[in-house]
Unconditional design. Structure first.
Length: 188
């Protein structure tokens, strides 16, 4: 059976070239947190997630700091200062955070999906696929005209968000996240 180019691209991304990746990561680290990119780095992954090389589609590279986040207790008396900080793990996965930040940066675009492109000791790097729902090319495309303005990433409707919220499986036993009411409207 003859295999297409996307098969070989997928195989190449399973073990990327270390030297090429190293030079890329250095450049990305120096760059901005959210950068608009001309075309996707992993074309096979982007196409699988809905990207098309037409007007109305935008790719953004997002840099996310690793290691959860630190919360500080304020105004607690009777404790040592060094005990007042505690490390908290972020309940949203990093991909969801990347999608949310990209959605906030490009307000007129809607987040479609995202995928991993690299990581080093300090950052994760993702490429986020964004769609402009107001463009006639998107409105006339039968496979993409379902995308409306509604901030999908912020509302937890993307694939990464649904995974983080425990909504991947169909079984009611797999619903592991608490409801918003159970957590006093705090969300994730």
């Amino acid at each position: 059976m003859v295999k297409g180019i996307t098969h070989y691209l997928r195989q190449a991304w399973k073990k990327p070239d270390k030297e090429a990746m190293h030079s890329r990561l250095i450049g990305w680290r120096k760059g901005k947190t959210i950068e608009k990119v001309e075309k996707p780095l992993r074309i096979d992954r982007a196409r699988a997630l809905g990207y098309k090389a037409k007007k109305g589609f935008v790719i953004a590279r997002v840099k996310i700091g690793r290691g959860g986040r630190k919360r500080v207790r304020k105004g607690v008396k009777g404790r040592k200062t060094r005990k007042q900080t505690n490390r908290k793990t972020l309940k949203m996965n990093y991909k969801w955070v990347a999608e949310t930040r990209a959605g906030r940066k490009f307000r007129n675009l809607e987040v479609l999906n995202s995928y991993w492109i690299g990581q080093d000791g300090k950052y994760y790097f993702y490429e986020v696929i964004l769609v402009d729902p107001d463009r006639p090319e998107i409105k006339n495309d039968r496979t993409m005209n379902w995308v409306k303005k509604g901030k999908r990433a912020q509302r937890g409707k993307t694939s990464a968000a649904r995974k983080s919220r425990g909504l991947r499986g169909k079984s009611p036993k797999k619903k592991v996240r608490p409801s918003l009411r159970a957590r006093m409207r705090q969300g994730k």
